[in-house]
Design a protein around this ligand. Structure first.
Ligand code: XUL
Ligand code: CO
Length: 437
């Protein structure tokens, strides 16, 4: 079969001085950082849906992207033809992982049984290429939002038949993920939310979602799938209010429905900013509650209020993110999945390379800077010193649970005014961060 990306060579590391747009300036796969290769730290992944299905149509105009390997139909043969293009792309880029939704890779048939048969056929092709190239599935997921049957949601649909259909779909997608050696399974709540409370029983919908995810856990045990489940928060779009609003809301949900030991977070940068949070805030919260898992690496446009899914290019933001990843002990089953698409006007196949090279170089640079920041320790030491009043005396009594309101009242009455406050030195620390960039 002809090459999909003809004329584009394997992308090599040429160092920061290189002017070659088809070379890495910072990502040097085998280079060691904190004793581990950059490839093992960053675990980059290509998002099949954006690279091989999203043709960049928008509400105002037709698709623009050129995909010479794709005949534009929904046929099974065309689905199969996309697979070699994916593996060629990953190989030329030196990326070892990819992610997909079930419906990205194979077309729906006239019945669920036929749809599953189509999926099995394409999975055979994927498995074959995966075994030949060593490029594997980071995580799989089920598309419970594109087909009109999910117009009111999937697990939170008022239609119980839709709930059942969604369960059948997730069961199959989990089996397929296992067949392909996928390292995890992601739940992004596609349309699990609502547009209007006037027609919504919120309590029942939340209970249904909790029950659905518990059934997924039971099924995972039944088939002995040992990868983690990821929950991917998003505050809005497509519904006005998505139940999985942000990491904190999801954590409360997971606790209420007894799911914390089965889930970790897949945190997407653009979803964080849509929730009004910094990307690093979401990562930090996930790390603090011990549920850091994986990352959908992208960025939004702070002047636009929707999920623009752009490729990451902000070294400062990604440095803070990589500090969190390193502090969490690094990725285990997770990685940096580029859940992003090229701009509509970047319509040629080579643009897909420019976009990924930029994202990979940004995170590689961020990783090196984060490691420098950790090696110096100035930032961590500042934060530690800021809480020193809890390392002994009354602070230690508070943290150890020895103090209560009565003893604290006595302490405060005896002491009078608290010890003088110290400056938070925000600007000094911002300068310190900039000195590394
Ligand atoms: C949607 C989104 C999804 C999930 C997987 O905003 O991020 O592509 O990552 O379903
Ligand atoms: Co995502």
């Amino acid at each position: 079969m002809a090459e999909a990306f003809a004329g584009i060579p394997k992308i090599e590391y040429e160092g920061p001085k290189s002017k070659n747009p088809l070379a890495f300036k910072h990502y040097n796969a085998e280079e060691l950082v904190e004793g581990k290769t950059m490839a093992d730290h960053l675990r980059f992944s290509v998002a099949f849906w954006h690279c091989f299905r999203n043709r960049c149509q928008d509400p105002f105009g037709a698709p623009t992207r050129l995909m010479p390997w794709d005949d534009g139909t929904e046929s099974l043969d065309n689905s199969k033809n996309r697979i070699p293009a994916l593996f060629e792309f990953c190989e030329k880029l030196g990326v070892k992982y990819f992610c997909f939704h079930d419906r990205d890779i194979a077309p729906e048939g006239d019945s669920l049984k036929e749809t599953n048969k189509n999926l099995d056929e394409v999975v055979k092709v994927v498995k074959d290429h995966s075994e030949k190239t060593g490029t594997t599935l980071l995580w799989g997921t089920a598309c419970l939002f594109a087909n009109p049957r999910f117009m009111h949601g999937a697990a939170t649909s008022p239609n119980a038949d839709v709930f059942a259909y969604a369960a059948a779909q997730v069961a199959k997608a989990m089996e397929v993920t296992q067949t392909l050696g996928g390292q995890g399974f992601t739940f992004w709540g596609g349309r699990e939310g609502y547009k209007s409370l006037l027609n919504t029983d919120m309590g029942r919908e939340l209970d249904h979602l909790g029950a659905f995810l518990n059934m997924a856990v039971d099924f995972k045990k039944d088939i002995s799938f040992d990868g983690p489940f990821y929950i991917e928060p998003k505050p809005k779009e497509p519904t006005k209010h998505q139940y999985d609003f942000d990491v904190e809301a999801c954590f409360a949900f997971l606790q209420k429905y007894g799911l914390t030991e089965h889930f970790r977070f897949n945190i997407e940068a653009n979803h964080a900013t849509l929730a009004g949070h910094d990307f690093v805030h979401e990562l930090r919260f996930a790390r603090e509650v011990g549920l850091f898992g994986s990352v959908d690496a992208n960025r939004g446009d702070l002047m636009l209020g929707w999920d623009t899914d752009q490729f990451p290019n902000d070294v400062s933001e990604c440095t803070l993110a990589m500090l969190e990843v390193l502090e969490a002990g690094g990725f285990t089953t997770g990685g940096l999945n580029f859940d992003c698409h090229v701009h509509r006007e970047s319509f040629e196949p080579v643009d897909l390379f420019h976009a990924h090279i930029g994202g990979m170089d940004t995170f590689a640079k961020a990783l090196k800077i984060a490691a420098d920041i950790r090696a110096d320790g100035d930032l961590a030491n500042f934060v530690k010193a800021r809480y020193a009043s809890y390392d002994g005396g009354i602070g230690a009594d508070i943290e150890s649970g020895k103090a209560d309101f009565k003893s604290l009242r006595k302490y405060a009455e005896d002491k009078g005014e608290p010890a003088a406050n110290e400056s938070g030195r925000v600007e000094m620390l911002e300068n310190l961060l900039n000195s590394y960039l």
